[in-house]
Design a protein around this ligand. Sequence first.
Ligand SMILES: Cc1cc2nc3c(=O)[nH]c(=O)nc-3n(C[C@H](O)[C@H](O)[C@H](O)COP(=O)(O)O)c2cc1C
Length: 192
Amino acid sequence: MGRKIKVCGLHLSPRAKGTSGRLLESFGLGVVDAGADFSVLSVADHPDVGGCRECGACEKEGVCAVKDDMSHFYKAFEKAERLVVATSLFFYDVPAQGKAVVDRGQAFWSRRYRLGRNRDGKPGARGFLLAVGATKGKDLFVPVTLSIKYFFDALAYPKQFDTLFYRSAEEPESLTPEHLLEARAAGRNFAL
Ligand SMILES: Cc1cc2nc3c(=O)[nH]c(=O)nc-3n(C[C@H](O)[C@H](O)[C@H](O)COP(=O)(O)O)c2cc1C
């Protein structure tokens, strides 16, 4: 048997068992169906990650000067070959707890764009975005797609990635069995 692909689920919503959490769980079942390793890292378990202070320290060493729970996320980003971001929308973007994690990705941006590391990207890396919102406008997922596109780029994942978006999904109960099956199939496909 070959080596297992490592897939990390990055959950950026504060409700551990909310709508995006439910979808991420199904996505993860699909990842495991495909024979890959799946682990989840959630801001719900690490709600005290502080925001980026723009102190510039990471531009010199590629390492963040703020020492807090973000260390768990940095370690996971280094290990994960594939990264699925699952999030709800709070005012069209990721919730504040998740935004702190995204902004702290600046340390990885500095490694690439200030220190010249990982310029060619991370070999075999792929990203995926799973997002939910309570409303249903045409442009609902435009801002979060842009935020996560540049987050992936900072982490040396490709700027092109597949997505699954669910509108009119305020609570986990809004999700149908078909939605969960769709997320599971997407997870399987992502990990092949
Ligand atoms: C502070 C706040 C802001 C929200 N902003 C939006 C929004 O801009 N657009 C939207 O469609 N839903 C919005 N919602 C609804 C959530 O995205 C929705 O309830 C989602 O299912 C929550 O997912 P979660 O349980 O994974 O956190 C907002 C909810 C909260 C609490």
